[in-house]
Design a binder for this molecule. Structure first.
Ligand code: DC
Length: 220
């Protein structure tokens, strides 16, 4: 069974998806982390995200592997754990450009289908309910207003030792939303058959329970 959770950056998707996976005993797959790892590889190779041929070469040269335990998606790039570095500012600023490339998407989607298709999974991203698993049994689209999203992102960055103003974060989020939802391939969009959850005024537990209750009631 697949529970697809899509939505924009910092909408509360990851925390919700992890909590849902824990309660249901499902595998948790963070597809954004995969695009971030490719972006890190591209930047480390000194290749510009706009250089599609260069990115394709990088994709062919690196090995990406995953350790999907303890409700986190640990990503190994050339056997090195890059779970921390993929959250850095450079990667965040460039990930929309890299993830817009068809060559990148095709490779990541194939891996996602292979991992999620084999077991009960909660899969979070931007195109899970529309492209990766269009026949997912459950689809949710998580949103929140900009102020709330920026405050959450500010807190996340603080944990990484990075101080940023709310205004700068809102601008970054808006820029990323535009890029993610206006790209040619698999843009971020709410799947027609998804249930929308606005997390602006919800606690984490409420967000998790909304999804878990809905999955449990429909699976009974
Ligand atoms: O969820 P996140 O912020 O870690 O995702 C990082 C970027 O990866 C996001 O800006 C767009 C891209 N992404 C995507 O294109 N498709 C997905 N399924 C997941 C993420």
């Amino acid at each position: 069974m697949i529970v697809a959770i899509d939505g924009p950056a910092a909408s509360g998707k990851s925390t919700t998806a992890q909590g849902v996976a824990k309660k249901l005993g499902f595998l948790y797959l963070d597809t954004g982390a995969m695009y971030r790892a490719v972006t890190l590889a591209v930047l480390e190779a000194g290749v510009k995200p706009s250089d599609e041929a260069g990115v394709e070469t990088v994709l062919g040269e690196v090995t990406l592997s995953f350790e999907l335990e303890d409700l986190s998606t640990q990503i190994l790039l050339n056997a090195k754990d890059v779970s921390g570095p993929i959250r850095g500012l450079e990667v965040t600023r460039n990930v929309s450009a890299v993830s817009a490339l068809l060559v990148v998407r095709e490779k990541m989607v194939a891996i996602q289908r292979q991992i999620g298709g084999g077991q009960d999974s909660v899969v979070e991203g931007r195109d899970i309910g529309t492209v990766v698993f269009p026949r997912a049994e459950f689809k949710f689209y998580v949103t929140a207003d900009y102020e709330t999203r920026a405050a959450r992102r500010q807190w996340d960055l603080k944990q990484l030792g990075i101080e940023r103003s709310l205004q700068v974060i809102v601008e970054d989020l808006k820029r990323r939303d535009i890029k993610d939802s206006q790209r040619e391939h698999s843009p971020l969009t709410k799947p027609e058959d998804a249930i929308e959850i606005d997390t602006t005024k919800l606690t984490i537990q409420e967000q998790i329970n909304t999804i878990v209750d809905s999955v449990k009631s429909e699976s009974e």
